[in-house]
Design a protein around this ligand. Sequence first.
Ligand code: NAD
Ligand code: WQD
Length: 336
Amino acid sequence: MRILVTGGAGYIGSHTLISLLSKEHEICVVDNYVNSSPIALDRVRRLTNHDFEQHDLDIGNGPELSNVFTKFQPEAVIHFAGLKAVGESERDPLLYYHENISGAISLLKAMDACNCRQIVFSSSATVYGEPCYLPYDEKHPLAPINPYGRTKYFIEEIIKDWTKTDNNKKAILLRYFNPVGADNSGEIGEDPDGIPNNLLPFIAQVAVGRLEHLNIFGDDYDTRDGTGIRDYIHVSDLADGHAAAVNYFTKMSGVEIFNLGTGNGISVFEVVEAFKQASGKDIPFHIAPRRNGDLPAYWAESKKANNLLGWSANYTIDDICRDSWHWQSKNQEGYK
Ligand code: NAD
Ligand code: WQD
């Protein structure tokens, strides 16, 4: 299939390219590198021995985006491009509403202009908000608790409305849980700008000596060891979920929503222990106050994806830590 990938140079996008290229899909990447490096794309080419189109372009640039669509004539789009830092979205909500929502609208317009009717969208478990029950299934009520999460919720709604304008339009909304780890080559991985916001890249930078110690945000939650519990999914499993989603277009109409997670909750202490084992390094930590807006625990019900997409997560937390360490130790300063 000819697939246009927005944000393909980013963390999840670059891993997804490996899955798609290994299945012989024809790819065109659009990225403005606001949070990524084109080096990731060169490495994907090298790892897969496949070439693809690459455009340095902001998806908000409607005329240029339409030109790319007209030339490439994609049969489907996978839409990763967007901003994703929760704290930043609270400090500058308009930036997030503008970039994420206007970006999505600009993309859907370009799709309309060249009759491209299939989209896979990167949504997030963050759309669920405070759990009414666990694990979250796709029918759980939606009540995102920060501007970033609300952009995901609004874009989901916009895409649903978009599909209603034509019986042949199809959308797959993928709600990711906590994507972590790296391709097992150690050649591509997560490369956050500045101090990492998220647990795994933070631990990896402590292990490699870039940061002194981890702050564990709260050990007094009502969980089995007092620390927060999340569903950490290996980014290569997540990537394969996109290839499975693209295949599912022939079997569906309208909109389908899938959680992509492992179904298992892991605590912060358990992640730290697994990373120590995988790296052979000590991970010094301090117990710090709870982080504002953090939920105590959540994990996925992913049976719908297992049953309909024929997809499931295979990697364990030990695999995740091994691959994350491999990437970080081989690329101490990321792509720089
Ligand atoms: P990322 O920042 O690594 O990748 C996003 C990519 O989009 C980057 O390459 C960035 O340069 C590009 N981009 C951003 N704005 C753009 C624009 N206006 N025009 C063109 N390119 C633009 O993030 P990621 O972790 O790979 O996440 C990919 C998607 O998945 C995002 O939409 C994110 O919100 C979503 N998501 C991520 C997580 C996570 O924890 N990583 C969880 C759930 C959902
Ligand atoms: C995981 C656990 C922290 C850092 C975020 C977004 C979410 C989604 C995925 C995009 C929590 C604890 C963390 C640290 C810590 N992204 N922690 N010390 O917050 O579950 O999810 O990424 O859609 O929307 O909110 O991920 O990795 O930041 O935190 O103790 O330095 O690790 O309290 O329990 P989170 P995370």
